[in-house]
Design a protein around this ligand. Structure first.
Ligand SMILES: Cc1cc2nc3c(=O)[nH]c(=O)nc-3n(C[C@H](O)[C@H](O)[C@H](O)COP(=O)(O)O)c2cc1C
Length: 435
């Protein structure tokens, strides 16, 4: 597995965090903010911007790790009408709170990144789809966009150029599925948030049927730094193939939960034990979700796993949204999985049958297990339901995520499942009433 090649520099995203009033345009600009957008619109071509981001090796931080420059290059250059950047600020993944952290500290960083991305795809309009519950980030973005307009950094002639650029805000509708990019586009269009069949992909037919690149907040917030320092400088950080830094949100049974910017390639032990203070005294880490609740779990014995994105893929899991959920030995894994399945069943949009039916079958099976009514039958049933939810059988990744919870907890904690189903006991005393 690729190891971190050594820290070559300080933080990227949180470089200016802690400066008073960073959320205001004046302070952001006094530190170097908006110099990248100025350079892009007055001196560069779209192709040059894409090349710079390509050299950085930046991959999407929304969950799928897709190379950002490649996504932008899929947007047709010769399309005659509008094309859009849509910022995914829905942040609905359980365990993830890094986009909120970025927005509450430095809203202009996202606005600058979204404007640069819009220029790179040859568009003029970016939409920020922000999670409905994010009141403070919404207000901060709204005020920051107004400041950028007043200063002439957005609008018809940003920085005196003849390249109109605008960023607009749209409040989301409060469901996990709104974060899935095609359901998000439906929601942005004012429809019920349900995923679309692909192809066509959003790059060709996205918002209102027009070419669209959907990018996560953190992905775009990284772009101004890359344009200021150059792609190769960013690429010095991270591992051979997974470049740069990212923000991880550590939650659960650790002493110092929070957001931490890490260089990709450090181990989970470094993050959980050194940055987040490790387990509570007298407890051991039993299990962790390495990339949000949708990433397959790893047992506490695998804390030395690297955050390298490809290494995680090789293990069958992923860095996902960077949300690291930690559970210590005082918790029952079966009960935790049951609870997550209830979440996925509740959030299933119902459009495709494998997800709608499968997630609810799983919930009912877990309920029987936790009511001490489990047997060999329930073990087999969970395995079959998990299989039916995965491997592209559902319209979007929500179904896969539900299946991964079942499959990975059963793989690493088979003993706990057997304890519940075959001996009707639980080493940590979980009962349905508290599930
Ligand atoms: C059920 C579901 C929920 C998702 N929620 C989010 C989210 O809240 N934020 C996000 O950026 N991506 C989310 N994604 C991933 C997006 O579909 C998409 O891959 C991402 O926004 C692309 O941005 P990136 O290329 O910058 O990573 C979700 C995916 C699924 C299947």
């Amino acid at each position: 597995m690729a190891e971190k090649r050594g820290t070559v520099g300080g933080p990227v995203l949180t470089e200016w965090f802690g400066k008073a009033k960073l959320h205001t345009l004046d302070v952001y600009e006094s530190l170097g903010g908006y110099s990248a957008l100025r350079k892009v619109v007055t001196e560069m071509t779209a192709a040059q911007v894409i090349d710079e981001v390509k050299m950085s090796g930046l991959r999407g931080r929304g969950g799928a790790d897709f190379p950002t420059a490649t996504k932008w290059s899929f947007v047709p250059k010769d399309h005659p009408g509008p094309k859009y950047i849509v910022v995914n600020a829905d942040e609905s993944e359980p365990g993830s709170a890094k986009d909120r952290y970025l927005l509450e500290n430095s809203p202009h960083m996202l606005i600058e990144g979204a404007a640069i991305a819009t220029f790179a795809i040859g568009g003029h309009q970016a939409w920020i789809y922000i999670r409905g519950e994010y009141d403070l980030p919404y207000e901060m973005l709204r005020d920051a966009i107004a400041e950028a307009h007043t200063k002439g950094y957005l609008g018809d002639h940003p920085f005196g150029s003849d390249y109109p650029l605008d960023v607009r805000l749209y409040r989301g509708h409060g469901a996990y599925i709104c974060g899935e990019e095609t359901a998000l586009l439906e929601s942005l269009e004012g429809k019920r948030a349900q995923p679309r069949s692909r192809p066509p992909f959003p790059a060709v037919k996205g918002a209102w049927g027009l070419p669209t690149a959907v990018n996560n907040v953190e992905t775009l917030a990284t772009v101004p730094w890359i344009m200021r320092h150059g792609g190769p400088e960013y690429a010095k950080r991270g591992t051979e193939k997974a470049k740069g830094t990212r923000i991880v949100t550590v939650s659960g049974d650790v002493q110092k939960p929070g957001n931490y910017e890490i260089e990709i390639g450090v181990t989970y032990r470094h993050i959980i034990e050194e940055l987040a203070g490790g387990a509570r005294p007298g407890h051991k880490i039993k299990v962790f979700w390495p990339g949000g609740s949708s990433a397959k779990v790893l047992p506490g014995s695998m804390l030395d796993t690297s955050t390298d994105l490809d290494g995680l893929k090789a293990l069958g899991t992923m860095g996902g949204s960077g949300g690291i959920i930690v559970m210590d030995d005082s918790h029952c894994v079966v009960k935790a999985a049951a609870r997550l399945l209830r979440f996925y069943a509740h959030e299933s949009c119902g459009k495709c049958t494998p997800c709608r039916v499968g997630s609810n079958w799983a919930v009912r099976t877990y309920e029987r297990i936790l009511a001490n009514e489990g047997s060999e039958t329930e073990l087999g049933l969970l395995e079959r339901v998990a299989d039916g939810l995965q491997n592209g059988r559902c319209l979007c990744g929500l179904g896969d995520a539900a299946g991964w919870v079942i499959e990975s907890t059963m793989r690493h904690f088979r003993g706990e499942y057997e304890e519940h189903c075959l001996r009707h006991t639980c080493s940590v005393g979980a009962v349905l009433a508290h599930a």
